[in-house]
Design a protein around this ligand. Structure first.
Ligand code: SAH
Length: 368
C-alpha cells in the first residue's frame, strides 16, 4: 500500500476519492470504517442518499417478497403482547424499517387484536432520511415517532422489537490468519491509488471468535462490536422494562470463518471496493454473538431457528392457502412466494431468527 498516486486515477467515484484522500493521510482503514462510510456517509453513503429496495432496486427482502411475512410477524407480536399481560402502554419498535412495508403489513394484523393498537407507541429507528420519508408516507395515520438509534427510544415501558435485515448492515472488522499469526484486513491504496485490501497488525485487545483461535492459514474471521452492542442494548432494555425482540437476517448461528462482505447493485454482486456508496454493502449476521451479548445484559434468548421453520411453526402455509383461496388467479404466485420464504434452498435456511425475551416469558414459535 502506498500513498495515492497523483493525479487521481480515472474512474474513482466521489466517495472512493474522499476515502483515498483519508487513507493517504491517516493510513488504511478497518473494514468496519469502510462499511460505515459506504452506508452512512452523509453526502455519498448508500442509505443516506440512494437506498434502492425492491425488485426494481438493488436488493429484495422478505417483506417485499410477500405480505405473508409481515402478517406472520404481526400475529407473533399480538401473541407476545397477550403473553406479557397486555401491557399498556408498550413500545412497538422496528429498527431499520426500510420502505415501511413490514410494519404496514404487521399493523393490518395488529388492528384485529382488541386494545393492542391503543396501547402501542410506534417507534421507528432509522438512520436514513430518504427512507424515513417513505416510512412517513406508508405509515401515515399510525403516528410513528423516529429515533436515530435504539438507545434514544425512551425506556420505562415494555418493548416489542422487530428488525429484519438490520444486523447485516452493522459493520464488521476482518482478521486474517497468516503464517506469522493474526493480521487485520484493512482497506488501503494500491500503487495506482485505488482502494485495495491489505494487512495491518491486530489491535492489542484482539481475541478471535470462540472456537476459531487456531484456524488454518488464509482463513478470515469477522468480529462485529456493533452487532454485539446492538444485542447488549436490546438485552438490557428487555431486562429492565420487559418485552421481547425478533431479529431476522442472513447469517450464522454459530461462529464460522469466512469473508462475508458483499456488495449488490441491481441484484448482482459487485466488488465491494469498486463503487463505494453506490452499492448495498452487507455482511452475515453473527447471531451467536448478538445472543450472548443480550444474555450478558440480563435477558434470555431462544435457540436460533431457520426462517423457514419459524414461519411454518407460525402457520404461514395456512395463510398462503387462505390467500390463494381468496384469489385463485394468484394461487401460483402465492405458492412461489411461500417457497421463496421457507424453502431451505431459498430464504428458509440461510435466513435465521433470533428471539430475545424477558426471563420466564418464552415467546411463540420457539417452544420445543
Ligand atoms: N427491514 C426492511 C429494510 C432492510 S434494509 C426490510 O426488511 O425490507 C436495512 C434498513 O436498516 C434500512 O432501513 C436502513 O436505512 C436501516 N439501517 C441501516 N443501518 C442502520 C443503523 N445503523 N441504524 C438505523 N438504521 C439503519
Amino acid at each position: 500500500m502506498s500513498p495515492a498516486a497523483d493525479p487521481t486515477p480515472p474512474g474513482l467515484n466521489p466517495l472512493a476519492w474522499r476515502l483515498a484522500e483519508r487513507i493517504a493521510q491517516e493510513g488504511p482503514i478497518t473494514a468496519a470504517d469502510y462499511m460505515t462510510a459506504c452506508l452512512h456517509d452523509p453526502e455519498h453513503g448508500y442509505y443516506a442518499t440512494r437506498p434502492r429496495l425492491g425488485a426494481e432496486g438493488d436488493f429484495i427482502t422478505a417483506p417485499l417478497v410477500s405480505q405473508m411475512f409481515g402478517e406472520m410477524l404481526g400475529a407473533w407480536v399480538a401473541e407476545v403482547w397477550v403473553r406479557l399481560g397486555q401491557p399498556a402502554p408498550f413500545r412497538l419498535v422496528e429498527v431499520g424499517p426500510g420502505d415501511g412495508t413490514l410494519m404496514s403489513d404487521m399493523l393490518r394484523v395488529l388492528a384485529r387484536a382488541p386494545g393492542l393498537l391503543a396501547a402501542a407507541e410506534l417507534w421507528l429507528v432509522e438512520s436514513s432520511q430518504p427512507l424515513r420519508a417513505r416510512q412517513a408516507e406508508r405509515l401515515a395515520g399510525h403516528a410513528p415517532q423516529w429515533a436515530g438509534r435504539l438507545s434514544e427510544v425512551p425506556a420505562g415501558a415494555p418493548m416489542i422489537l422487530l428488525a429484519n435485515e438490520l444486523l447485516d448492515c452493522l459493520p464488521v472488522r476482518q482478521f486474517l490468519r497468516t503464517s506469522a499469526g493474526w493480521a487485520e484486513r484493512r482497506v488501503g491504496l494500491d500503487a495506482e491509488g485505488r482502494l485495495a485490501f491489505g494487512l495491518a497488525p491486530t489491535p492489542p485487545d484482539f481475541r478471535p471468535p470462540p472456537g476459531l483461535d487456531q484456524p488454518p492459514e488464509g482463513v478470515i474471521v469477522e468480529l462485529s462490536p456493533a452487532q454485539a452492542a446492538f444485542g447488549t442494548v436490546i438485552g438490557a432494555r428487555i431486562a429492565r422494562d420487559g418485552g421481547a425482540a425478533l431479529l431476522i437476517d442472513y447469517g450464522r448461528a454459530a461462529p464460522e470463518p469466512g469473508d462475508t462482505l458483499q456488495a449488490l447493485v441491481a441484484h448482482q454482486k459487485v466488488d465491494p471496493l469498486a463503487c463505494p456508496g453506490e452499492a448495498d454493502l452487507t455482511v452475515h449476521a453473527d447471531f451467536s454473538t448478538v445472543a450472548a451479548a443480550a444474555r450478558q445484559a440480563g435477558a434470555d434468548t431462544a435457540p436460533i431457528l431457520g426462517q423457514g421453520e419459524f414461519l411454518l411453526r407460525l402457520g404461514v402455509e395456512h395463510r398462503a392457502a387462505a390467500l390463494a383461496q381468496a384469489r385463485p388467479d394468484l394461487a401460483e404466485r402465492i405458492g412461489r412466494q411461500l417457497a421463496r420464504l421457507v424453502d431451505p434452498d431459498q430464504m428458509g435456511a440461510l435466513f435465521k431468527v433470533l428471539a430475545i425475551h424477558q426471563n420466564g416469558h418464552p415467546v411463540p414459535g420457539f417452544e420445543a
